[in-house]
Ligand binder design. Structure first.
Ligand SMILES: NC(=O)c1ccc[n+]([C@@H]2O[C@H](COP(=O)([O-])OP(=O)(O)OC[C@H]3O[C@@H](n4cnc5c(N)ncnc54)[C@H](OP(=O)(O)O)[C@@H]3O)[C@@H](O)[C@H]2O)c1
Length: 231
């Protein structure tokens, strides 16, 4: 059965490949990011499966705009992938207030507020997946420069556990995937020259299957998805 999945951060990296994979699996996708050109490319590659919304997920009316988009498609949500993220790699002592604000807003506040504002648009049996990081996984190795980013991702994972409890009466499942390193622009900018053991396509294949099927086996789980590397 075809499902409708909303994906934030669909312009590049893991979110872009996941949008494409889900379309190829026969599902429909609302693909969201701020970059219009990349989204237009997605839409033209999969005209029957992908619709797009150019949006900064931190803006005040973001949830309302997604809801209006869904109404225009006469679609409810079967899956919501909170994938958009930012990483500012800086020593803790050099992280400015604006760095804290940006990372918290994109990585934690936006997923929380969007989930709240879209709550009435979920079909029973739907699945919310948050894309966290091994840096935000309790007990994992920690790396200099990633304190704020990792704190936001740890918060996102705990939020996911809380939502799994609170949204269970609406028959919505929530799980958090803590990714290890994946070869994307984010990784290349933060750690130039690093070679990740996993490609965006490989991770997208895993995430696409997980958002469609994972809630049959997991709810309220914070799951490491790593070969032992940082993320
Ligand atoms: N790559 C890794 O090694 C790794 C490891 C662990 C976790 N992760 C997590 O995986 C997720 C995807 O990462 P990636 O590596 O694919 O990163 P990426 O290539 O940098 O892509 C990030 C995506 O987030 C979107 N985005 C950022 N700010 C946004 C905003 N304010 N509003 C809407 N969209 C926004 C970007 O789109 P626009 O700029 O077009 O808006 C882009 O599509 C992130 O949450 C990241 O933290 C990645």
């Amino acid at each position: 059965m075809s499902k409708h999945i909303v994906i934030t951060g669909a312009s590049r990296g893991i979110g872009n490949k996941t949008s494409r994979k889900l379309a190829e699996m026969g599902h429909t996708v609302t693909a969201i990011s701020r970059s219009e050109e990349e989204l237009n490319q997605l839409k033209s590659d999969y005209p029957n499966h992908i619709s797009t919304l150019v949006l900064d997920i931190t803006e005040e009316n973001a949830g309302k705009k997604i809801a209006e988009h869904l109404n225009s498609l006469s679609q409810n949500i079967d899956g919501l992938l909170h994938n958009a993220g930012v990483l500012i790699n800086k020593p803790f002592a050099e992280q400015e207030r604006a760095d804290w604000q940006k990372q918290f807003e994109v990585n934690l506040m936006a997923p929380a507020l969007l989930t709240k504002e879209l709550k009435s648009h979920f079909n029973p049996g739907s699945h919310i997946v948050t894309i966290s990081s091994m840096g935000g996984f309790q007990g994992s190795s920690k790396f200099p420069g990633l304190s704020v980013y990792s704190a936001t991702k740890g918060g996102l994972s705990i939020l996911t556990e809380c939502l799994a409890t609170e949204l269970s009466e609406d028959k919505i499942s929530c799980n958090s995937l803590c990714l290890g390193a994946v070869q994307t622009e984010m990784l290349e900018q933060a750690f130039p020259g690093i070679e990740a053991p996993v490609s965006p396509q490989e991770m997208a294949d895993y995430i696409s299957d997980f958002i469609i099927n994972g809630h049959k086996f997991y709810n309220g789980q914070i799951l490491p998805v790593t070969l032992g590397d940082p993320g």
